[in-house]
Write a protein that binds this ligand. Sequence first.
Ligand code: BTN
Length: 318
Amino acid sequence: MLRETDGYVSGQELCNKFGVSRTAIWKVINQLKERGYQIEAVQNKGYRMLSAPDVINVPELESLRNTQWAGCEIHYFESVDSTNTKAKELAEQGHPQGTLVVAERQTLGKGRRGRQWESPAGDGIFMTMVLKPDINPNNASMLTLVTALATARAITVVTGEPAQIKWPNDIVMDGRKIVGILTEMSAQFDYISHIVIGVGINVHNDTFPEEIAQTAGSLYLVCGRRFHRASLIEAFLEEFERMYEIYLQTEDMTGLQKEYESMLANKGRQVRVMDPKDSFEGRAMGITKKGELIVDTWESRKMVSSGEVSVRGIYGYV
Ligand code: BTN
């Protein structure tokens, strides 16, 4: 109630709403203060919340959530091996689409191509969403692009600074990688049992291990400010839910292509496409409805699908 109200909420309103005494309300307000919430109490007016601590536990996330199904169940862990692994377990146990796993730290955070994802406590967002879509498994890889778009939008909305997408699914700001996305699917050849989409966002990090120090960045390093992680998660859930519904209408990027291209960092840039079979250079022009990167070389136009391919800027990471 405090969060939903701009001004003060009177003690009486709180008593009526929860059917408890004024003393009980006073005790809970004190508990919230002890947990880092700044709450002002003014006689004859009531209580007003001034700020919330940067926690990402279930009550904090639930009180911000403004979606129909994304984040319908939230599972929070202080420490977990990998939120993707946990989400897979939950999906297999029958937890519904929209279930979200969030962790303060990961001990075995997974990156793409078997790499590890640095996941120290307090600095980042490590979350994974469970999806159970009734779609053709061949179209599922585009969900990674949908997630990249939702994350880039959420970051732009919350920080007020432009986040861009390095095709297919890294988010970059000032030429540095801020977000990584790892999608894993469990499917038969014509039926998806579940998909888990993991998103790692570097939020407060001020240093990185040597191996990634040249390319990695954080919202703090780029924007020079600290952001409330739970609000970022909530913004992501809203954007993801909206974009996922658009994706489902065609099972491809038709309805999201323009928005994706407007955030595409590679657009108009010279890139090197590194494919085990065929590496080449060209200019990235945009994406197709199937989510492929359009690259114009001297001889021809090529459509590059994600998977094993990696794309690098010729003049740097993007
Ligand atoms: C990449 O290599 O760019 C993908 C990194 C994905 C990291 C996230 S953090 C939350 C989720 N859990 C994992 O173990 N990995 C993903």
